[in-house]
Write a protein that binds this ligand. Structure first.
Ligand code: GLU
Length: 316
């Protein structure tokens, strides 16, 4: 995967830029601590009482799944997630606690598989490393803004989809020239290496100066310090960053792709994939999905769109 601008930050950023970076990071930290202006959305995760309680199915058995059987012997699940995507998958640096819509999906799946969600060991895995993590057995499943597509299906399996996002653009509030991908020629645009939005810009908009990092939070830092002109990825993720610092950042234009989110599983573990499809269907029906959405992603101001139909594709 080609990546540009891999020079360490300290070597690239002039002194004034570093001071600004420090100020911006301080601002984000202050807002994250809940000291923002009145009415700011909570950024440390939802109030615990607003979250649904997922009933653990203690009698659940899935002996045909090697992943489930291994987890059963181990006594807990290891789930791959993101840690820097507000309202989706976010880790509180003080407590180490993960929260967000993807985290709730991971917990409801755990309960359905017979594991108490409190016992999950979350592992942060970047976009470019998801397939390898599943192939190596580093994680049992992955829930982190993970788009289902045919290329990835050659490497991993997907339960779901459980949500539909779309690629969009995040810019500074003082930016008036960027309204969609057609305005990006010659602009510096940042995205995560290995992501579908990165690949789409690379293939469809070759005149863009594309910059790749491991995570979107580094891209946002670069945007706030004037090193790039825009950040591109799913609207879900970008709206989360914009909601944190609405005076500094805005999402512009209409989504220009479809990004159906799936739960990544090891490719050959069809039993696990089907069990997760069943668990999603149950939780969509019993209201847990909606409650989880309202207590997480809904707080970013994004209205709930019903989950797309589950795609129970045949094993190959
Ligand atoms: N949904 C896109 C993807 O799976 C972008 C978000 C991400 O990198 O997680 O590549």
């Amino acid at each position: 995967m080609p990546r540009k601008s891999r020079t360490p930050r300290a070597n690239r950023v002039p002194r004034a830029g570093r001071t600004l970076t420090a100020l911006v990071l301080l601002l984000i930290t202050v807002l994250a601590a809940g000291c923002g202006k009145p009415g700011s959305p909570p950024v440390k995760g939802p109030r615990p009482d607003a979250l649904p309680h997922y009933r653990v199915d203690h009698g659940f058995r899935l002996p045909d799944s090697p992943t489930w059987s291994k987890a059963k012997r181990r006594g807990y699940l290891v789930v791959g997630v993101k840690e820097d995507q507000p309202y989706m998958g976010e880790k509180d640096p003080a407590t180490g606690v993960y929260s967000g819509f993807d985290i709730e999906i991971a917990k409801m799946m755990s309960a359905s598989l017979g594991f108490d969600p409190k016992t999950i060991r979350f592992r942060t895995i970047a976009s470019a490393n998801r397939e390898t993590a599943l192939q190596n057995g580093q994680i049992d499943y992955y829930v982190g803004t993970y788009t289902i597509n045919e290329n990835r299906k050659k490497l991993v399996g997907f339960a779901g989809p459980y949500y539909m996002a779309g690629q969009s653009l995040l810019v500074r509030t003082d930016e008036n020239d960027i309204h969609g991908p057609q305005d990006l020629d010659g602009k510096r645009v940042c995205s995560a290496a290995g992501s579908t939005p990165y690949q789409r810009i690379q293939h469809d908009y070759p005149r863009v100066q594309l910059v790749g990092y491991d995570t979107y939070s580094v891209c946002v830092d670069n945007l706030l310090t004037f090193q790039v002109d825009a950040v591109t990825t799913d609207d879900t993720i970008l709206q989360g960053y914009a909601a944190k610092v609405p005076d500094e950042l805005k999402v512009v234009g209409k989504p220009f792709s479809k990004e159906p989110y799936g739960i990544g599983v090891p490719r050959s573990d069809n039993a696990l994939r089907i069990a997760l499809d069943d668990a999603l269907a149950v939780n969509e029906k019993n209201g847990n999905w909606q409650k989880a959405y309202d207590a997480t992603l809904g707080l970013s101001g994004r209205p709930a769109t019903p989950p797309p139909p589950i795609d129970r594709y045949p094993a190959s």
